[in-house]
Design a protein around this ligand. Structure first.
Ligand code: DXP
Ligand SMILES: NCC(=O)COP(=O)(O)O
Length: 251
């Protein structure tokens, strides 16, 4: 089994929104990704709509349905966004934390805060009861005390936030402690019948040790792919990343 590669196309929308034009097209980005080996498309509908817009959710959804591939909708626990998710009916929803001033998602959800935990629990219940067969993941740090709380929720997967790992890797520093943490998280989650995904800040190089250790079933990668595609093309970038995945089967 080959780990799945989800392509996050938010960063195409970031470029579009920077000038308020109707290009580059996220629909084209989704199509090219799926034609070249993406296993799913990931988009993050932020509350501040800084990149993906409500209409993008609808148009990208049509593309993923046409290709018969999953849409993974990332979202904060916000009642308005929950309604949009219900109307769109994605196969996967990844609940993530959001801060207005952050440049990008800075960490995982805080499940140790009781009020926050209850908000997330209610959102999970509402999404599961409103969208047939939807699967839900939580974007979390690989900390056992957080993962223990995650097992109290009706979720299908945890997506481990790999942002700090990716930074340490790119500085050329020791990544050993992350690998150990991720292995422990994987073992704990597997014992609790929860799948283990990864994402944030990963590149064609930083993903390799994670693939070698066979830790994650799914990776969601966006920023590096879209940046690399500027000079190498989106099709070539995805094909060559996909070949790295293909040479690292899970079993
Ligand atoms: C949750 C997450 O990691 C992704 O949404 C990724 O960060 C791309 O979105 P932003 O650039 O808006 O953070
Ligand atoms: N959930 C992580 C994701 O979708 C992609 O993150 P990034 O590669 O854009 O940092």
């Amino acid at each position: 089994m080959i780990p799945r590669l989800g392509i996050n196309i938010d960063h195409v929308a970031t470029l579009r929104q920077a000038r308020g034009e109707d290009y580059p097209s996220v629909v084209d980005a989704a199509q090219v990704s799926l034609l070249n080996g993406a296993d799913q498309i990931t988009i993050h509908l932020r509350e501040d709509r800084r990149h993906i817009q409500d209409t993008d959710v609808e148009t990208v959804r049509l593309v993923t349905k046409r290709f018969g591939k999953p849409l993974n909708l990332e979202m904060g626990v916000n009642p308005e966004i929950v309604e949009i998710a219900i109307a769109s009916g994605p196969e996967w929803i990844c609940l993530v934390p959001e801060k207005r001033q952050e440049k990008t998602t800075e960490g995982g959800l805080d499940l140790l805060d009781d009020a926050n935990f209850i908000r997330i629990e209610e959102a999970v219940k509402k999404l599961k009861s409103s969208i047939k067969d939807v699967k839900i993941s939580l974007f979390l740090e690989a900390k056992i005390e957080v993962l223990i709380r995650a097992t109290q929720l009706n979720i299908d997967a945890v997506e481990i936030h790999t942002g700090e790992y990716a930074r340490v890797f790119s500085n050329g520093d020791d990544i050993g402690r992350f690998i150990e943490q991720y292995k422990a998280a994987k073992e704990f989650l597997t014992n609790n019948k929860i799948a283990t995904h990864a994402g944030h800040g990963l590149t064609d190089e930083s993903v390799v040790p994670l693939l070698e250790h066979k830790i994650f079933e799914e990776y969601n990668i966006g920023h590096w792919i879209i940046c690399h595609a500027l000079f190498n093309g989106l099709s070539n970038t995805i094909k060559s990343l996909k070949s790295v995945f293909d040479s690292h089967p899970l079993k």
